[in-house]
Design a protein around this ligand. Structure first.
Ligand code: UDP
Ligand code: MG
Length: 316
């Protein structure tokens, strides 16, 4: 029997957990022919989350948990979940039931059809402010442009991943993680499933705008080094302005027979030296970018199939 691990990162979710277990229990008992593992990653909760999980485990041996030493953030909790999951496939889900467990049969169906990454895309987002929806939409657009890679819009972490995707993600061990862009980076056969995003069942969102901005910046900087190229780009117009102004001053000097004035000389000097400085920053940035990419130690490529057999990316 195939095993599916449902990975649920939880941070201060004592209010949601009872609803979560109830809904999960119902749906997983309805699905036949699969064994389920419900893997909770307690991300350093300060409330009774871990006690509730332990109690639940006594009643239901399908429940297991990883208890992190402190709050590492959802991204890190997710990779911990991947490291401990035993299933042939994993499903990521939030603890607050914003991702409806009722979608699980559909995710499994497409997995059985041969898709490796079946991701749920939000049709609607209830209980979220206009500002949050708008900023999230803009962010996806910008990230996609900068990264030059297709990033699934309106898609959270709610998805089913085949074992080989899990192993691929486990190879990406950088500490500033942006899992959303990693799902795109690993590739493989993807399938979209639409759903309605529910409001939280209980408790409060763990995000605030500062945290979201951090996540957005991490997302951009962990994916691409192009912001470093900014210096190179700025130096080019600086040199163009310098050139134009230089020609103007010299021409005036010869045509009108006017001596170069002190302020003109100063402007020329400022433009020249600031141009050189920005250019040098740009060069440093280019090297820094390469070092950054190399230190991530990612595998250079991932194989889909070898001699007709699916590559599972096993870690030896
Ligand atoms: N979460 C976590 N660590 C954190 C913050 C959040 O594991 O530091 C979990 C949280 O328990 C929930 C999921 O990540 O299961 C999504 O968090 P939340 O619902 O607060 O985010 P939102 O849905 O508002 O984007
Ligand atoms: Mg939520």
């Amino acid at each position: 029997m195939k095993k599916i691990s449902i990975i649920i990162p939880a941070y201060n979710e004592e209010e949601s957990l009872s609803f979560l277990f109830e809904r999960l229990n119902k749906i997983t008992r309805e699905i036949e022919n699969y064994e389920f593992e419900i893997l909770l990653v307690n991300d350093g909760s300060k409330d009774r989350t871990i006690e509730i999980i332990k109690e639940q485990r006594k009643q239901d041996n399908r429940i297991s948990y990883v208890d992190l030493s402190r709050n590492f953030g959802k991204e890190t909790a997710m990779i911990a979940g991947l490291d401990y999951a035993e299933g042939d496939a994993v499903i990521f889900m939030d603890a607050d039931l914003q991702d409806p467990p009722e979608l699980i049969p559909e995710l499994i169906k497409y997995w059985e059809e041969g898709y490796d990454d079946v991701y749920a895309r939000r049709k609607t987002r209830k209980g979220e402010t206009f500002l949050k929806k708008f900023t999230s939409k803009m962010y996806y657009k910008i990230l996609q442009k900068i990264a030059g890679m297709e990033i699934q819009r309106d898609t959270g972490d709610f998805r089913l991943l085949d074992r080989r995707c899990v192993n691929a993600l486990r190879k990406l061990r950088e500490s500033q993680r942006c899992t959303k862009s990693m799902f795109s980076w690993i590739g493989y056969k993807k399938k979209e499933v639409l759903y309605d995003r529910e409001p939280r069942v209980a408790g409060k969102t763990k995000w605030n705008y500062l945290k979201l901005i951090d996540l957005a910046i991490d997302g951009i900087t962990s994916f691409t080094t192009s912001p470093l190229r900014l210096a190179t780009y700025i130096s080019i117009p600086t040199f163009i302005i310098l050139g134009v102004y230089f020609i103007y001053v010299i021409a005036k000097c010869f045509v009108v027979h006017m001596a170069i004035q002190a302020f003109q000389a100063i402007i020329l000097l400022i433009l020249f030296f600031s141009g050189i400085q920005i250019l040098l920053f740009g060069i440093i940035g280019e090297y820094l970018g390469r070092i950054f990419v190399e230190t991530k130690n990612r595998p250079l490529y991932l194989v889909n199939e070898y001699n007709g057999e699916k590559e599972k990316n096993e870690i030896k």
